[in-house]
Ligand binder design. Structure first.
Ligand code: HEM
Length: 496
């Protein structure tokens, strides 16, 4: 009897292995998603500027998922909402990896960063601590910081409206300095610490530019003497800066004066999350990079949307007048009652997604989608710009229309989503903090001002930088006060 059971078990195991192998081989025989023809051996030429926009054109031409080849590398680009759900979200476990990045990750970040870290034990550890320090309950505790700096933003715009883009950058730099290191003094964009951290961010953007470092396509280049020396020097510089900032928090903890912050949280839980000293300093440092530019750009895009879509803006202001009135400021507690404010911010981050092309993922298993193969090792890109313009999910996608986010009962729709913060297991861990920043600044700015276009200086809403995080070209909207200036000044005064 035992022999029969053992034989049956063996047959079942062999049959299962055979079925899996057959499926694997069948999958391997499937074609890659279609795509533009490339040159023999060299493959496709990648767009050398504004790649997400060119990719969106190829989506129109080749369909929701298309592929490109460059040497031995395969790129698969997702440009439609449903395909993003099917692939980027449902196959999230097989797409948690990143393509190897010798220039930026291994050299400039000395392998210490998180954004370009491959999947594995280290990433899980880092994401665990990021989640613990940025999850909704903790993000809620940063609301007073965000409110304080949002009031400051209103005053800055009141005093110097021309420099509104600089003020948005100041807002996010101050907020991130507060919650990362517990810094409470108002931070300006010329603050030496902020200047130094921004320098590291500029290095990162420079090195990230497609084609800046060919070593990722031809890894042999890393052995060329001097080829990576600039990146190594920048790495030393940023590490020293991040250590200095962390040491300040350590010292304050020792003296008993440290305010709650992400750095303090990590130092207090260093053992629990198995963080090495270097990792800890670096993680706090990169938060500034990940949080400041993105948030500032999102706030600027919201203001651009308001200035160029005055009817949509008026609807938000009608709601603010009804729910909040003109004698107090909107607060986080009002959000439930302010669906128009939320819809406005959701639409502006769909209309001009600040990470236009998203960040590349890498397939760690073969993925089959509608009889096409996305093979192991392929670089998989969820193109935010193309997905944001999917006409099936967002009818008339080029139109700025916050009402698409509102249901028949006047509430924010729970069934509609845009991937502002990326996909699957690499989704942005700072999204709860970021959303709160964009909400409170939208509410306060639209409460205080009516924005419009200056007829003599029309705004080109498609003029933005070609970078991982886009920045609008300088523009000058008119900011008319909706509320008596004395009331604005009194309600936004420091300490109020
Ligand atoms: C409007 C503001 C923001 C936008 C649009 C944004 C967007 C993104 C996107 C698209 C990614 C990559 C997701 C993917 O690979 O699919 C990302 C990653 C990341 N973001 Fe954000 N982000 C914002 C604000 C923040 C803030 C405030 C923080 C921190 C407090 C933050 C921390 C991070 C980190 C650490 C990563 C790397 C995660 C990983 O690679 O596993 N972000 N963000």
């Amino acid at each position: 009897m035992a022999i029969i059971i053992a034989a049956c078990t063996l047959i079942i195991i062999l049959a299962s292995v055979w079925i899996v192998q057959q499926r694997y081989q069948a999958a391997r025989r499937l074609p890659l998603p279609p795509g533009p023809p490339g040159r023999w051996l060299l493959g496709n030429t990648m767009p050398n500027s504004y790649a997400p926009i060119q990719f969106a054109r190829w989506t129109e031409q080749y369909g929701p998922v298309f592929s490109l080849k460059q040497g031995h590398r395969i790129f698969v680009v997702i440009g439609r909402h449903q395909a993003a759900i099917d692939i980027m979200e449902k196959e999230g476990a097989n797409l948690a990896d990143r393509p190897r990045s010798i220039a930026v990750h291994e050299t400039l970040s000395g392998g210490l960063g998180v954004l370009l870290e491959g999947s594995g034990e280290r990433l899980r550890r880092l994401r665990r601590v990021l989640h613990a320090g940025l999850q909704p309950k903790v993000a809620e505790t940063y609301e007073p910081i965000q409110t304080r700096h949002a009031k400051n933003l209103v005053l800055d715009v009141l005093n110097d409206p021309k420099n509104h883009q600089g003020h948005s950058m100041r807002y996010s730099a101050s907020v991130v300095m507060s919650f990362t290191y517990g810094k409470i003094t108002p931070t300006s964009y010329t603050d030496p610490e902020v200047v130094a951290v921004n320098k590291t961010l500029a290095h990162f953007s420079q090195a990230m530019k497609p084609g800046a470092y060919l070593v990722d396509t031809y890894p042999i280049l890393r052995f060329v003497p001097g080829y990576l020396s600039q990146l190594k020097a920048w790495h030393k510089e940023e590490l020293a800066l991040y250590y200095r900032q962390l040491d300040a928090v350590r010292r304050q903890m020792h003296e008993g004066t440290a305010r709650p912050s992400f750095a303090r949280f990590m130092l207090e839980h260093q053992k629990q999350y198995h963080l090495e000293d270097q990792e800890l300093g670096y993680l706090a440092g990169v938060i500034f990079g990940a949080a400041s530019d993105t948030t500032a750009s999102a706030i600027t895009m919201m203001m651009m949307a308001a200035a160029t879509h005055t009817d949509a803006q008026a609807r938000v202001q009608e709601e603010l007048d009804n729910i909040v009135g003109r004698t107090r400021l909107p607060t986080f507690d009002d959000q439930e009652m302010l669906p128009q404010v939320t819809a406005f911010m959701l639409e502006s981050s769909r209309w001009r997604p600040v990470t236009l092309g998203g960040f590349a993922h890498r397939a760690t298993r073969d993925i089959v989608w509608k009889n096409y193969l996305i093979p192991t090792g392929a670089t998989v890109i969820g193109n935010h710009w193309a997905i944001a313009n999917d006409p099936e999910v967002f009818p008339e996608p080029h139109r700025f229309n916050p009402q698409r986010w509102i249901d028949d009962a006047g509430r924010v729709r729970g069934d509609l989503k845009f991937f502002t913060f990326g996909f699957g297991r690499r989704v942005c861990p700072g999204q709860h903090v970021a959303n709160r920043s964009v909400f409170i600044t939208t509410a306060l700015i639209l409460w205080a001002f009516r924005l419009s276009e200056n007829p003599a200086a029309k705004i080109d809403t498609l003029a933005f930088s070609d970078a991982a995080t886009i920045h609008a070209a300088p523009f000058e909207p008119c900011f008319a006060k909706r509320i008596d200036e004395n009331v604005i000044r009194e309600l936004c005064a420091p300490g109020k």
